[in-house]
Structures are given as structure tokens and as C-alpha cells.
Design a binder for this molecule. Structure first.
Ligand SMILES: Nc1ncnc2c1ncn2[C@@H]1O[C@H](COP(=O)(O)OP(=O)(O)OP(=O)(O)O)[C@@H](O)[C@H]1O
Ligand SMILES: [Mg+2]
Length: 499
């Protein structure tokens, strides 16, 4: 027989639900706190301030805004799961009535809300996971008047709200400094459009700078990308039958200028591994990823262009937005609207980037090493050339023109991995295609179509040209023989090492 009896079961088993709902899946602390920032901006706040601190019970976060504030009734509704003054509204970002309690308790075990519509009357209420779980709290406490201590500063705005998260046990980062750094990065990008429009967002007093993933606008990011083509607009009817629009724009990064940058720099500035689409709902980014590209797979070349798709919450169903507002789940219908154009443009951009990238690479690899060697040759004692004919004796012996340089690749009938030779005022360094230095080091490096490899190849070539020059500068037969022997012994050892 079942140990459970029938009877009256409340729809929600609140004591267990409260712990379970904490796992509702915000992908980061920033994504959860974005719910609070959304609410503040939606309440017409001009400034939202996020402060990280610590007290005896653990880490704390305080979000203060100068928005419209809430009446006690709204406050009670605000703390209720599903409570909203705008349930299913599509006018702003909020519509589910979940953001405040859910976002807050996903990070903290207690949330307190203080709000005022005039500075002399502050109301307060709260939710506490431990009180709920122990059965001490089964409904949203009625808001009470909050009397600040005499020492406390009065509210700095005529209307506004403060939300404090205490007993924060689920923050992403252990230290305040690292957490603040990541909040700057994520908020800068998530709320870039609000920040560009003049809204202020502070973290521990420091203003968050917008970050434009398209690299078009100035902010806490590099700029220099160019828009690619005009913005695309799709007229789509919302499920409620309202006319709505999706807009899509593309940008190409300044390949020629940025591809010689080091990999570390490109990673640090979001150039590498940043390929894809930024999805903006109601003016704030909710997701970014490789969307609407059909069968096109992501390649390294796709790091060099970006796309932004914007839509209004009216089209939430089409984009598969859920209450945590941090991801889209694209629908078949949406794919049929966007994918044909986006995939085509993505392929177009991939080709364009590839062409420009290879052109830069060819330019930089176009044996720049030989040009450098020619340029620098005159700084060194000249290599005395063997006379070729009586006619050019004077010119050769008192050489004015610098030595020319060339790198050649051949199958050499000898053990050396390279052989230098001088002829017609030019030093030719021939690499032995039969040697495993060529097969295992030189050729793979030359075949890699990456700027970083091109740079290493260039340096390797300079090193070989330098050793070739040193050998060609030798005058006596004994020296020449000794060095040739060294070259051969070295080449043999290299064969053994690389095999
Ligand atoms: N900072 C704030 N200033 C004024 N009112 C607020 C603030 N935060 C929340 N509210 C009120 O509380 C209600 C509940 O907020 P909550 O974030 O839980 O839900 P929502 O914003 O309506 O929907 P969503 O779940 O999509 O965010 C809001 O509808 C709003 O009326
Ligand atoms: Mg909300």
C-alpha cells in the first residue's frame, strides 16, 4: 500500500519548491542579475547601481535604482512567483512575473525589497529560503514601513527601489573583484543599447561601458568594423496578430588591420572565438550563438564578421524565449524566415573574409624575410664576391648594391638540410626537400594559412639566411670545409632527432 494518503494537496509544495526553483538554470550570476536591471530600466530608472559586499552571513549584492518605485501592493506582487503588473505584456522586457524572485533566489538565500514612491515612505518586504523551507513563511510577507537609522543617508532619489540579496551562496566567482570584472563584461554587452542611449549602470561605483560585439560603436571594445550591406527587415505577424518586425545587420571586422595582432590580444578583445549572432530582444541581448546558418558550419574565417538580430517581445513564441530570457529556442517557422538569407550571407562573408585574409597573408609572407635581409645587408661588412669576369671586377669588388637574397627549395643530393650559394650578387639559400627539416618543420609551417605561423616562418627564414650569409662570407678553403662539415653533421643529427 502506498505510504501517501489522498487529501488536500496545495498546488505547490512550497517548502521543497523553494529549493528546487533555485536551480531554474540561469547560466551566470550576470544573467540572473540582469532580471533586476531589466526591472529597473523598465521602471524608467536612469541610473542603476550594483554593489557587491560581504557581511557576517556571506556575500551580498545590492541593486539600487531611481525608477518609479513600487506601492506596497505592487511590492507584494513583485515577490510572488508569477506575480506581475505586466503579465504577458509585450511592451517591455518583463512579462512572466518570475524575474525578481527567481533571479534573486537563484543566487542568494534571501532577498529584501525596499521601495518608495516618495522619500518619506519606504516600504519593505522579503523572501527567505530558510524561513520558507522550515515552514516559517508560507506567503509573501505584507510590506512594512521601513525606518532607516538616523545615521543612514536618506534615499538619493525621490522615487526608487533597493533590492538586497544576502546569504549569496551561488555566485559565479569567489572574489568580489573577479565577480565585478565579469559583471562589467557581461552587462556591458547585454545592456549595450540602453547604455548607448544614456542610461547609467554602475558596479561598485564604476560605470559600465557598453561593449559592441559588432565592433561598430565606441565603448569598452575595439572599433573599426564596417557594416556589411543594408540592414534586412522582415515583417512578421505576432501570434496575437500584431504587425512586428525582425531586423538583421552584419559587420565585417578590419581584417587587414587586426589579423597581424597576437592571438592573446585577439582573444582578450573578443575577436577570436566571437563568431555568430547576437540576439537582442526588446533592446537587450538575450543570447549569442551560431544561429540561422543552416548547413553552414562555423570556421575560423567566421571570426571576422558579426551579425545582430533584433526583435520585440511580441515575437517571443517565434524565438522560443523562456522566462529566464537568456536563450532562444528557434522554431521551424523562424528558421524558414531567416535561414535562407542568413546562410547565404554567411557564406558570402566567409568567402570575402577568406579572400582578404589570404591576400594579407600572401603580402606578409611574400618572402618578407628576403626583403628584410636585403634591406639590412648594407649594415654589415660586405660579403666579398668571387669575380665572375674581368669586366665586372671593379663593380663586384667595391660592391655598392646590397646583396640580393633568395630562398629556393630543391631535392639536394647531399645530407645537408640547406645549402647556401653566392652567384650574381645574390645569396641563394636552397632548402633540401629530401630532408626531414623541410618535411616536418618548414613545409608544414609554410602550409599553415595563419598569420602567426607566417611570422614564425619569416623568422626561421631570416635565421637560415643569416647562417647562409655567414658561411658565404668565409674566405679560406679550410674554413669553408670545416663549416660544410659542421652543416652536414648538424643535418645528420637533425635527421635523427626529427625521425
Ligand atoms: N525595480 C523595480 N521598480 C519598480 N517596479 C518593479 C521593480 N522590480 C520589479 N518591479 C515590479 O515587480 C513586478 C514583478 O517583477 P518580476 O521581474 O518578477 O516580473 P516581470 O518583470 O513582470 O516579468 P519577468 O518575469 O518577465 O521579469 C513587475 O511587474 C514590476 O511591476
Ligand atoms: Mg522582470
Amino acid at each position: 500500500m502506498s505510504k501517501y494518503r489522498t487529501g488536500v494537496y496545495p498546488l505547490v509544495a512550497i517548502q521543497t519548491f523553494i529549493e528546487a526553483t533555485r536551480d531554474s538554470g540561469y547560466k551566470s550570476t550576470a544573467a540572473a542579475l540582469s532580471e533586476l536591471v531589466d526591472n529597473s530600466f523598465e521602471a524608467e530608472a536612469r541610473t542603476v547601481s550594483v554593489c557587491l559586499s560581504e557581511d557576517a552571513d556571506g556575500k551580498c549584492i545590492m541593486v539600487t535604482d531611481d525608477g518609479t518605485g513600487m506601492s506596497p501592493q505592487t511590492m507584494q506582487l513583485a515577490l510572488q512567483f508569477g506575480g506581475s503588473t505586466r503579465f504577458n505584456s509585450r511592451l517591455g522586457t518583463g512579462r512572466y512575473g518570475m524575474g525578481l524572485p527567481n533571479g534573486s533566489l537563484s543566487q542568494a538565500r534571501r532577498v529584501d525589497v525596499y521601495s518608495w514612491t516618495n522619500p518619506g515612505e519606504i516600504w519593505a518586504s522579503y523572501l527567505d529560503v530558510d524561513e520558507i523551507a522550515s515552514g516559517g513563511l508560507s506567503s509573501v510577507p505584507a510590506p512594512c514601513r521601513f525606518k532607516p537609522d538616523a545615521a543612514d543617508d536618506p534615499p538619493s532619489s525621490p522615487t526608487g527601489t533597493v533590492i538586497t540579496l544576502t546569504k549569496c551562496d551561488r555566485l559565479d566567482f569567489r572574489t568580489q573583484k573577479t565577480q565585478a570584472k565579469y559583471l562589467h563584461l557581461e552587462f556591458g554587452r547585454t545592456f549595450r543599447h540602453q547604455l548607448y542611449s544614456g542610461k547609467k549602470l554602475l558596479i561598485n561605483g564604476e560605470r559600465v561601458k557598453p561593449i559592441d560585439p559588432l565592433f561598430l560603436r565606441n565603448g569598452n571594445n575595439l572599433t573599426g568594423a564596417e557594416p556589411y550591406g543594408p540592414a534586412l527587415r522582415y515583417d512578421v505577424a505576432s501570434p496575437a496578430g500584431k504587425a512586428s518586425q525582425i531586423s538583421v545587420r552584419f559587420a565585417v571586422l578590419p581584417i587587414e588591420r587586426w589579423c597581424p595582432l597576437s592571438n592573446e590580444y585577439k582573444n582578450a578583445h573578443g575577436i577570436s572565438k566571437g563568431a555568430g549572432v547576437s540576439v537582442v530582444r526588446g533592446g537587450r541581448e538575450i543570447d549569442c550563438g551560431w544561429y540561422f546558418m543552416g548547413s553552414k558550419r562555423k570556421e575560423n574565417y567566421d571570426d571576422w564578421w558579426r551579425c545582430e538580430i533584433s526583435f520585440s517581445p511580441e515575437l517571443d513564441e517565434l524565438f522560443g524565449v523562456t522566462h529566464t530570457k537568456q536563450k532562444i529556442n528557434s522554431t521551424e517557422m523562424l528558421e524558414s524566415i531567416l535561414t535562407p538569407d542568413l546562410e547565404r550571407i554567411a557564406r558570402e562573408l566567409n568567402n570575402l573574409v577568406r579572400r582578404r585574409y589570404l591576400a594579407v597573408r600572401e603580402e606578409s609572407v611574400e618572402l618578407k624575410s628576403t626583403a628584410v635581409a636585403e634591406h639590412k645587408d648594407s649594415l654589415m661588412a660586405p660579403v666579398v664576391l668571387r669575380r665572375r669576369s674581368p669586366q665586372n671586377t671593379a663593380r663586384v669588388q667595391g660592391r655598392i648594391t646590397p646583396l640580393g637574397y633568395r630562398i629556393d627549395e630543391q631535392v639536394l643530393e647531399e645530407v645537408s638540410f640547406y645549402r647556401p650559394s653566392l652567384a650574381q650578387e645574390r645569396l641563394t639559400l636552397t632548402l633540401n626537400r629530401d630532408h626531414n627539416f623541410y618535411q616536418k618543420i618548414y613545409q608544414p609551417l609554410a602550409a599553415t594559412r595563419q598569420v602567426e605561423s607566417a611570422r614564425v616562418l619569416n623568422q626561421l627564414q631570416l635565421m637560415l639566411l643569416a647562417v647562409g650569409r655567414a658561411e658565404c662570407a668565409l674566405r679560406s678553403a679550410e674554413e669553408k670545409i670545416a663549416v660544410r662539415r659542421l652543416r652536414e653533421t648538424w643535418s645528420n643529427a637533425l635527421t635523427a632527432f626529427l625521425d
